[in-house]
Design a protein around this ligand. Structure first.
Ligand SMILES: [Zn+2]
Length: 177
């Protein structure tokens, strides 16, 4: 065996391996997203792949998101993001990508942990969405502020404008994991 010449750089292969492991670890969550995605395609929805994540919109995705209690625009399920339309997906991408990374870290435990965090917030009398640990992290990383601070700021803006609390319009631009 010759040792002459530059050593091969193992980084790309290792990096690919890590990426494959991330997709495999998040696969149970992605599978739920794929079911919603396939039903979206069956109901005249569309799909595209953006930086390794499948993004579905229209059809069933729109129908479901319009009926969420917070009026969500988009929602991440592993390496699948569903949105009402292309504009919603573009606007929410940074936030939803945080949830994609969370799913890569938590693997099969992501959805149970997310629901448990909402339940814990609700039991403490807090908003199950804005006080959810995963949402607070997503708001911090994508929006630059904690989601609870986001709500307080929205309410201050509503109060200073002399109008009603602007929670609902703000919520409509929110996104759920
Ligand atoms: Zn979210």
């Amino acid at each position: 065996m010759s040792l002459v010449g530059p050593k091969p750089n193992p980084a790309p292969a290792a990096s690919r391996l890590v990426r494959v492991a991330c997709y495999a670890w998040a696969a149970p969550t992605s599978l739920v997203g794929l079911v919603v995605g396939l039903l979206t395609l069956a109901t005249r929805g569309r799909v595209r792949c953006v930086a390794g994540v499948l993004e579905f919109h229209g059809g069933l995705s729109r129908w479901l998101l319009e009926r969420t209690p917070i009026g969500a625009q988009a929602l991440a399920l592993g390496h699948v993001i569903v949105g009402r339309d292309l504009e919603s997906l573009d606007r929410c991408r940074r936030h939803e990508r945080v949830h994609v990374r969370q799913a890569e870290r938590w693997g099969p435990a992501f959805l149970p942990a997310y629901l448990a965090s909402s339940a814990w917030a609700w039991l403490r009398g807090l908003d199950p969405y804005y006080a959810n640990h995963f949402e607070r992290q997503a708001y911090r990383e994508a929006n630059g502020c904690d989601s609870l601070g986001f709500v307080r700021a929205s309410r201050r803006r509503g109060a200073s404008a002399g109008g009603p609390v602007r929670g609902q319009p703000e919520r409509r631009s929110d996104h759920r994991a």
